[in-house]
Write a new protein. Structure first.
Length: 490
């Protein structure tokens, strides 16, 4: 049962929470402290912070009771989440019948019947959302809990001081006819003029923008800067001095060019990794035949040759797909995750440093939904990383299971680990733990980025957390058959 919340004590607690994280970067450890304090303050059963990214919200920090949600991507399109950023409501709530099975059935185990979610806004647009799960509200009232949540969200998102009002300057007829977005800003960076093209690109009217900061950083004179707007459009902006007190900023939509560039980059990165998987295995078994021919019996030689043949056929199929340009992915289908893991592990890459691989997978698992043909790429990449970042050998573990509406497997190692504040950064392109990683361990830092993109495409998700006694755990989750959605219905 949720405790009664005294307003005065609530806001004293909020002050203590914000004092605790003030002056620190908004990083994951600080967010987790806020989440823990929020749950304790309102008597909640779990809390999470969701980061705004193109077309979706991503759970980047979650309380202990809902840690399974870390890494979960919740699409905005077609969901009620979009009301947070596209409507007048600062806070939305989901009752027992509103949340989707993926969220509802797991939270029900923790007696969670109600979810409050409020937007967190920063200077240049939405940063994300703060959410807390509650038991059934007392008498249907959540006003105090809502006030606490909104106050904490405002504290997290407060990045700019209050500014004095300024009088707007009307836009001229020539500027109004310019096809590019055009804004005139004063010495403080506040908008004094805003043409119709700027309204169309940003979705922000001149009434909204006058005397406000631009929704993107102002480039230096002569600099060309690209930026993603809160409405997911990419712009290219330039700036020039208009007079001693004003600057003119012009910008236009480059979203389509960015999409094509990102699609090409992802295609090349994914292709190189998918080709590397069978090539690594073929090379390993070929080396085994060359170096241990005399030690192998006929069955061992035949087995190695069969693996080489199977992986060569897989390689040929990959090349055919690449030549035909088919990298969009198939429609997610029900598949047997246990069987898919077993096939991959039969010919998994072996460690050159004497690592011991321990596999603990149940005799049966619920049916998963996804693209089974991505499992070899995902598992091989995770094992390769576990070996690479565990110098000197050690134990690497693969486990699997299911809970609620998802089926999962984990790869755990005892290696160098990842700092807690960087457990989301690992999924960005070209990420390395430190500048010396590429020289020390090799690679370019694309593997986990590609894994997340592959899983996002099929409705799955991935997260990473450090182990208390050293090393990392990477968790991959797929939806269970029968649970197809990942966001609340509109």
């Amino acid at each position: 049962m949720q405790p009664s919340l005294d307003a005065a004590e609530a806001f004293r607690s909020i002050t203590r929470i914000l004092d605790d994280v003030s002056g620190r970067p908004v990083e994951l450890p600080a967010l987790r402290r806020v989440l823990d304090a929020l749950v304790e303050l309102v008597g909640g059963v779990g809390a999470a912070f969701l980061l705004n990214e193109p077309g979706a919200l991503r759970v980047v920090a979650a309380g202990e009771s809902v840690s399974w949600m870390s890494g979960l991507r919740l699409p905005l399109s077609g969901s009620s989440f979009s009301r947070l950023f596209g409507g007048p409501h600062r806070t939305i709530e989901f009752g027992p019948g509103d949340a989707t099975p993926l969220i509802r059935e797991d939270l029900r185990e923790h007696h969670c019947d109600w979810i409050l979610m409020t937007r967190v806004v920063r200077r240049f647009g939405p940063l994300g959302a703060l959410a807390v799960g509650l038991e059934s509200p007392r008498g249907g009232q959540l006003e105090t809990e809502r006030a606490v949540l909104e106050c904490l969200a405002a504290g997290i998102g407060a990045l700019a001081a209050m500014r004095p009002d300024r009088l707007p300057e009307p836009i001229g007829t020539v500027a109004a006819a310019v096809p590019e977005g055009l804004a005139v800003v004063d010495v403080s960076g506040l908008v004094q003029a805003w043409n119709p093209a700027a309204e169309e690109v940003t979705g922000r009217s001149s009434r909204e923008m006058l005397n406000e900061c631009l929704p993107f950083p102002i480039p230096a004179p002569g600099e060309v800067r690209q930026h993603r707007l809160p409405n997911d459009r990419w712009i290219e902006a330039r700036c020039a001095a208009l007079d001693a007190a004003r600057r003119v900023v012009t910008f236009y939509d480059v979203s389509e060019a960015r999409r094509q560039e990102e699609a090409q980059n992802l295609f090349l990165a994914t292709a190189s990794h998918e080709l590397r998987t069978p090539l690594t295995i073929v090379r390993g078994y070929a080396d085994t035949l060359v170096n241990r021919w005399d030690q192998l019996d006929d069955a061992g030689r035949r087995g190695a040759a069969e693996v080489i043949g199977a992986r060569s056929r897989q390689l040929a199929e990959l090349v055919d797909r690449l030549l035909s340009g088919d990298r969009a992915g198939g429609t997610p289908q029900p598949f047997d995750l246990r069987a898919a893991l077993a096939v991959v592990l039969e010919s998994a890459p072996e460690s050159e440093d004497g690592h011991r691989l321990h596999v603990r997978i149940p005799a049966t698992l619920p049916t998963a939904v996804g693209e089974a043909d991505t499992i070899p790429t995902i598992v091989t990449e995770l094992l390769t990383n576990a070996y690479k970042y565990s110098p000197g050998g050690g134990d690497v573990e693969i486990t699997a299971g299911a809970d609620g509406a998802s089926v999962w497997f984990r790869v755990a190692d005892r290696g160098i680990g990842v700092p807690a504040e960087q457990t989301e950064s690992v999924f960005t392109r070209f990420w390395q733990v430190d500048r010396g990683d590429q020289r020390r361990f090799g690679g370019v830092g694309l593997g986990l980025y590609i894994i997340r993109r592959l899983l996002d495409r099929q409705g799955g998700w991935v997260s990473l957390r450090p182990r208390d006694d050293g090393g990392s755990v990477v968790e991959v989750r797929f939806r269970r058959a029968g649970h197809q959605t990942v966001g609340p219905a509109s």
